[in-house]
Design a protein around this ligand. Structure first.
Ligand code: DX5
Ligand code: ZN
Length: 217
C-alpha cells in the first residue's frame, strides 16, 4: 500500500504563533498545509479567512490545501485562488449553488479543484461531477470543529469512492478529514484514501515529526 500524504490542519495550531507553527510542521516533514475556513453559517463555528491563509503561505514552501466550509463559496473563491502557495481549493457540494462551476473556475485558475461531502451526504450525489474534480474530500466528522472522534461508518464511503475511481478510470485523490490518528489513518489507507488531514494528532503530539511518519504508514 502506498504511503499517504499528510496534511496537518492549522486549525489545531497556536494562532498566536501561527508563522512558527507552520514552519515547525513544515520541518517535521508534512506534505500539505490544510487551512480550514469556516463562516459560522455553513458550519456552526468561525475560524479564519484569506488573510490567515496568506500569512501562513509566508512560512512554508509546501502546498496550501484550502478547505472552504462556507456557504456559496463561489462568492469568495478568487480571494483564495489568488494566494501564492495555494495549490488546491475544496468546497462543499452542500454549500454550492452549482458545484460544477466552482470546480471549473478552480481548475481554470491552475489549481486542483476539490469537492467535499459531509457525513450525511451519499457519494451518489456527487456522481454527476465525477471527472470535474481532482480531490474528493470525505468528511469523517461533522464539519465545524477539530478534536472530534472519527466516524467509522465513513469507511464504506471511502471504499466506494476508491472503487468508482477505478471503475471510471479517474485519477482524483481521496482525502479524509476529521478524527485522524495513527489507527484511523491506517483504516482509511486500507479503504483507499490517499491524503490524511490531521489537526489534533499532529499539533498536540510531543514529537510532531514522529507522528507524521506514523500517520504516513
Ligand atoms: C473539521 C475540519 C478538520 C479538523 C480536523 O471541520 O475540517 O480539518 O480541523 O481536526 P482533527 O484532526 O482534530 O479532527
Ligand atoms: Zn478540513
Amino acid at each position: 500500500m502506498p504511503a499517504s500524504l499528510i496534511a496537518p490542519s492549522i486549525l489545531a495550531s497556536d494562532f498566536s504563533r501561527l508563522g512558527d507553527e507552520v514552519a515547525d510542521i513544515t520541518r517535521a516533514g508534512c506534505d500539505w498545509i490544510h487551512c480550514d475556513v469556516m463562516d459560522g453559517d455553513f458550519v456552526p463555528n468561525i475560524s479564519f479567512g484569506a488573510p490567515i491563509v496568506e500569512a501562513s503561505s509566508r512560512h512554508t514552501n509546501l502546498p496550501l490545501d484550502v478547505h472552504l466550509m462556507i456557504q456559496r463559496p463561489d462568492r469568495y473563491l478568487e480571494q483564495f485562488l489568488g494566494i501564492r502557495g495555494v495549490e488546491s481549493v475544496t468546497s462543499h457540494l452542500e454549500a454550492n449553488h452549482d458545484a460544477g462551476i466552482t470546480l471549473d473556475r478552480t481548475r481554470a485558475a491552475g489549481k486542483k479543484a476539490g469537492l467535499s461531502i459531509k457525513p450525511g451526504t451519499p457519494l451518489d450525489q456527487a456522481r454527476l461531477l465525477f471527472g470535474r474534480f481532482d480531490i474528493l474530500l470525505v468528511m469523517t466528522v461533522e464539519p465545524g470543529f477539530g478534536g472530534q472522534p472519527f466516524m467509522t461508518d465513513m469507511l464504506g464511503k471511502i471504499r466506494e469512492a476508491a472503487r468508482l475511481r477505478e471503475d471510471l478510470g479517474l485519477g482524483f485523490q481521496i482525502e479524509v478529514d476529521g478524527g485522524i490518528n495513527v489507527e484511523t489513518a491506517a483504516l482509511c489507507r486500507e479503504a483507499g484514501a490517499d491524503v490524511m488531514v490531521a489537526g489534533t494528532s499532529v499539533f498536540k503530539a510531543a514529537d510532531r515529526a514522529a507522528e507524521i511518519r506514523k500517520l504516513r504508514g
